[in-house]
Design a protein around this ligand. Sequence first.
Ligand SMILES: [Zn+2]
Ligand SMILES: [Zn+2]
Length: 268
Amino acid sequence: MKLTVLADNNTFIDQYYLGEPAVSYYIEIDDCRILFDTGYSDAFLRNAQRLGIDLGAITHLVLSHGHNDHTGGLHTLLDSFDLSHVTLIAHPGCFEPKKDGDLAIGSPLTENEIRSRFLYQPARTPMELSSHCQFLGEIPTLLPFEPRYAIGKAFRLGQWATDFLFDDSALVCKTENGLFVISGCSHSGICNITEYAMQLTGIHQLAGVIGGFHLFETGHRLAETIRYFSGCDLTALYPCHCVSLKAKCEMYKAALPIHEVGVGMTIN
Ligand SMILES: [Zn+2]
Ligand SMILES: [Zn+2]
C-alpha cells in the first residue's frame, strides 16, 4: 500500500504545495488506484499534478462523507477527466443536501448527477475494493465514549432533519504490518472506526491510522481516545485535518506514536 497526501491543512517547509482545511489522499493498493476525498477546492488536483499523479487514471473514488471539505473538489475533478468508468463508493447518505444554519455544507453534486458521471456504488454495509482494501460502510457505535453527535441538518425523505452523520465512513487496508485505517473526519469516532475495522477483518495489529479525528478539546473523549490507542498494538498514528494542537500535544505526552501530516507526504 502506498498513500500520498493530496490535501491537508498542513504543508511542510520547503515543499511548495497548496494547503487547505480539507482532506484528499491518493492510495495505490493491489490493482487499485484510489482517490479518497476531493478536498474543498481544486488544490488536490494541482498538488497531484505537481506530484506527478494522474487522477485521470484512478479506478475508484471513495468519499468519506458528504461535507464540502471532502467533496468540494468534485466539479474540478469532473471538469478535468471523464471518470464514467470509475467506481464511486460512498454511504448513500453522502449526497443528501446538508446545511449548518443557512450555510450549505454538503456535496456540490446531487446523487443523480453522481450517478450519471460515475459507476456509483452506494454502500451502507462493508464493500471490498480488492482483497486488501475495504470500505467500511456505516460505522456502528461500539465504544461508549464516542456517542453519535449532530452537525447541522440533512435533507432526507422530503424534509430537513438533524444530521447525525451516519454517512461518515472510512477505508481499511490490510498490509504485512497489520491494518492501515484511512479516515476523513471521523465524525463516527476514530476508535469506533478502528474497532469496527478490526472486528470485520479479524486483524488486531495496527500498522497505522490516518485522518481527521475530530478532536479539539481536552477532556473525557480525548482522554479515552488516548487510553484506547495506548492499549492497541499500534505502529503509527497520523492525526491531522480536524485535530487541534492541544489534542496532538496530549497524544504526544502520552507517548502515542504520532507523526506530522502534510501535503506531499507519502506513506509506504
Ligand atoms: Zn465533516
Ligand atoms: Zn473535514
